[in-house]
Design a protein around this ligand. Structure first.
Ligand code: MN
Ligand code: MN
Length: 315
C-alpha cells in the first residue's frame, strides 16, 4: 500500500482532526510521495473580486467529505498513490512577481522528485508559477484548461503583464507550453474583442466555447483531449468559473450560462489516458461561497484529478 494515505473516515469522523486536503498527512517531504497537494493562497492578480487567498483553506475544509472510492472512475486513488498535503507556498500579498517566485521555489523540489503537484488556488495568475516549476523539469507541457476565460490576454491597465487574465500568454512567451497539444474548454461570456477567441486558435490552441462543449458528450470530449494531447506530458488547469455560478457562486469573475457541476465533472472524468504531471484548481473565493458550494466542488475537482493520475499509474 502507498506510504501516505488519508485518515480512515470509518474510524474517525470526517469533522475531526486538523484540516488538510482529503484528510491527508501534512508533510513537507519528497520521500516516497507520488502526489502532493500545495496551497497557493495568492489573490492580488485578480482583476475583479478578490479573496481567493482563502481558497485553499476552504477547499481543504470541504475536502473532508471526500471518500476513498471514486464510483464513476472505478478507482481508489489513495490505494495507488502516496499522497500528502504539503502545506502552502509563502506568497507575498500584493506582489505578484515575488509570489510567483515563491510558488515556483515551493513546487520545484517536488517536480524534480517526479511528484505530481496539485495546486489549490488562489487566483489563476499562479498557473504561470506552477508551469515554470514543472516545465523546468519536463520541458514544454500540454495544457488542458477548464475555464470560462482563455487567460491569454496580453496585459491589463496600461501594460501590466502579470494578472489572472494573462498567465498563459506569459507561459507561451516563456516556452512553457505546447499550444498545438493544448485544449481550452468552456469559453463564454462577453469578451473584449471579436478576435479574442481566434487569438487562442491562432496561437495553436484547440478552443471550445461552452456552447460547443455542451453539444458534445463526455466521451467525445475525452477522445478530443486524448487526440490533441497525444503522448505529451500535460498540466490540468481548472478555473472553477468554468461552472455556472449557480453551481459555483464563490468565485471572482463569474460568467453566467455555464455547465452544471454534473456536466463539468463528467467532462473532467472523461480525460483519462493523459499523462498528467501536475494540475490545479483555482479561483475559489470563500467570502462569496455560501454553504461552501464552490469549495465542495473544487475539492471534488481535485479528487477527480487524483483519480485520473491514479488510473494512469494503475495502467
Ligand atoms: Mn476564468
Ligand atoms: Mn482563469
Amino acid at each position: 500500500m502507498p506510504r501516505y494515505q488519508p485518515a480512515d473516515s470509518l474510524q474517525s469522523p470526517r469533522f475531526t482532526g486538523v484540516r488538510t486536503f482529503a484528510r491527508l498527512p501534512h508533510l513537507q517531504t519528497t520521500e516516497d510521495v507520488d502526489l502532493a497537494v500545495v496551497g497557493l493562497p495568492f489573490d492580488t492578480g485578480a482583476t475583479f473580486k478578490v479573496g481567493a487567498r482563502f481558497g485553499p483553506e476552504s477547499v481543504r475544509s470541504a475536502s473532508a467529505m471526500l471518500r476513498a472510492y471514486n464510483v464513476e472512475l472505478d478507482v481508489k486513488p489513495f490505494d495507488i498513490l502516496s499522497c500528502i498535503d504539503y502545506g502552502d507556498a509563502p506568497v507575498v500579498p500584493g506582489f505578484i512577481e515575488d509570489s510567483h517566485t515563491a510558488i515556483t521555489a515551493t513546487l520545484s523540489p517536488l517536480a524534480k522528485a517526479g511528484i505530481v503537484t496539485l495546486g489549490i488556488g488562489g487566483d489563476h495568475s499562479i498557473a504561470l508559477a506552477e508551469l515554470r516549476a514543472l516545465s523546468a523539469v519536463y520541458g514544454p507541457l500540454a495544457l488542458v484548461q477548464f475555464d470560462s476565460h482563455g487567460d491569454l490576454w496580453d496585459s491589463y491597465y496600461g501594460g501590466h503583464k502579470y494578472t489572472h487574465g494573462t498567465p498563459f500568454r506569459r507561459a507561451l512567451e516563456e516556452g512553457l507550453l505546447r499550444p498545438e497539444r493544448s485544449v481550452q474548454l468552456g469559453m463564454r461570456g462577453s469578451v473584449y474583442d471579436a478576435e479574442d477567441l481566434q487569438m487562442a486558435r491562432d496561437f495553436g490552441f484547440t478552443v471550445l466555447t461552452t456552447t460547443e462543449l455542451l453539444a458534445r458528450t463526455p466521451a467525445e470530449i475525452g477522445a478530443l483531449v486524448r487526440e490533441r494531447v497525444g503522448d505529451a506530458l500535460a498540466f490540468l488547469s481548472f478555473d472553477v468559473d468554468f461552472f455556472d455560478p449557480a453551481y459555483c457562486p464563490g468565485t471572482g469573475t463569474p460568467e453566467v450560462g455555464g455547465p452544471t457541476s454534473f456536466q463539468g465533472l463528467g467532462y473532467l472524468r472523461a480525460c483519462t489516458g493523459v499523462h498528467w504531471v501536475g494540475g490545479d484548481v483555482v479561483e475559489v473565493l470563500p467570502a462569496l461561497d455560501h454553504a461552501q458550494i464552490t469549495a465542495h466542488l473544487a475539492a471534488q475537482v481535485g479528487y477527480e484529478f487524483m483519480s485520473l493520475v491514479a488510473l494512469n499509474k494503475r495502467s
